[in-house]
Design a protein around this ligand. Structure first.
Ligand code: F6P
Length: 341
């Protein structure tokens, strides 16, 4: 058996750990050969391949990014894309594919599986918003980076009696904000699932200053205000109607400065949350996903992906990951809200 491997979508700490586990178990337990496809679906679409075997995966476990490269190429948006993929898989004698990716990459994998391509999936995203799995690798690393930033911002905020607004990733789901905000003791957490009331945020900030401490506000990049409580002066909304990446943190900081008369600063963590070495948890999860993914290949479980349920790695239909996003439930947000202010 010859197995193709690709990584698609935004990169994520732990991708290399998956690739390593897939290859090591595939070679040692099943005697498989491997071929790497470069840059997500662009690889099989344009036939851009790279050697993949034990020597290529040596030493990559702690490395961030992906040795295979990534892209957001979608073969279904390219004329004849699916046929080209099938031809290139055949000309490389690739029998099966392991596709490691998020919503878009697994969405493509789902459709290709329906069209007869022998593919299994591995879910990844730092946002943790894929359904069918309790956690995705990369999320824990992102939360730890954001938590460390919040810890550091507490001390500088205190020294200058300032408001510090920390913008974290999460266009549709507020998991990173919620987890890092709780872990870092943020005074307010704003997430996309719960449009926020700016008057309430001002209230929390003022009550925090009354205790002689400085407020830290964690805001997801996709968070937006309730209509009528805060006018967004940023015209550049993205395709989802959200303020563009890096926008909302600055807007909230400026508005708080205006309304409270206190100095405010915004810090946009951006891609630092996706770079660098994965945490031990993410290496553990990614490695287990890889081991189970190659087992799924061996079992011919086409159209399935691996997923974490509790502490077990299970299989789920690829489509389950993508049919709707896993959002922060209102109860979880209310639980955190008790600590605001
Ligand atoms: O989906 C992962 C993610 O990191 C989001 O949190 C973020 O909105 C997006 O990717 C950023 O994408 P890009 O790297 O293309 O700017």
């Amino acid at each position: 058996m010859r197995v193709g491997v690709l990584t698609g979508g935004g990169d994520c700490p732990g991708l290399n750990a998956v690739i390593r586990a897939v290859v090591r178990k595939g070679v040692s337990q099943y005697g498989y050969e491997f071929l790497g496809f470069r840059d997500g679906w662009r690889g099989p679409l344009e036939n851009v391949t790279t050697e993949l075997g034990i020597p290529q995966v040596r030493g990559i476990l702690p490395r961030g990014g992906t040795i295979l490269g990534s892209s957001r190429t979608n073969p279904f948006k390219v004329d004849g894309g699916v046929e080209r993929i099938k031809e290139n898989l055949a000309s490389n004698s690739v029998d099966a594919l392991v596709a490691i990716g998020g919503e878009d990459t697994l969405g493509v994998a789902t459709k290709l599986a329906e069209l007869g391509v022998q593919v299994v999936g591995v879910p990844k995203t730092i946002d943790n918003d894929l359904n069918a799995t309790d956690f995705t690798f990369g999320f824990d690393t992102a939360v730890n980076i954001a938590t460390e930033a919040i810890d550091r911002l507490h001390t500088t905020a205190e020294s200058h009696h300032r408001i510090l607004v920390v913008e974290v990733m999460g266009r549709h789901a507020g998991w990173i904000a919620l987890h890092s905000g709780l872990a870092g003791g943020a005074n307010v957490i704003l997430i996309p699932e719960q449009p926020f009331d700016m008057d309430k945020v001002v209230g929390y900030v003022e009550s925090r200053f009354q205790t002689q401490y400085s407020p830290i506000i964690v805001v997801s990049e996709g968070a937006s205000p309730k209509e009528g409580t805060f006018a967004l002066h940023n015209e550049e909304l993205d395709a989802f109607g959200h303020v563009r990446l890096g926008g909302i943190g600055n807007l909230v900081a400026a508005e708080l400065e205006k309304r409270t008369g206190k100095e405010a600063r915004a810090v946009v963590l951006g891609h630092t949350q996706r770079g660098g070495t994965p945490t031990a948890f993410d290496r553990w999860l990614a490695t287990r996903f890889g081991l189970h993914a190659i087992e799924a290949v061996h079992d011919g479980a086409w159209g399935q992906m691996v997923a974490l349920r509790g502490t077990d790695i299970v299989r789920a239909p690829l489509g389950d990951a993508t049919k709707e996003l896993k959002l922060v439930q209102p109860e979880l947000y209310s639980e955190a809200e008790v600590l605001f202010g």
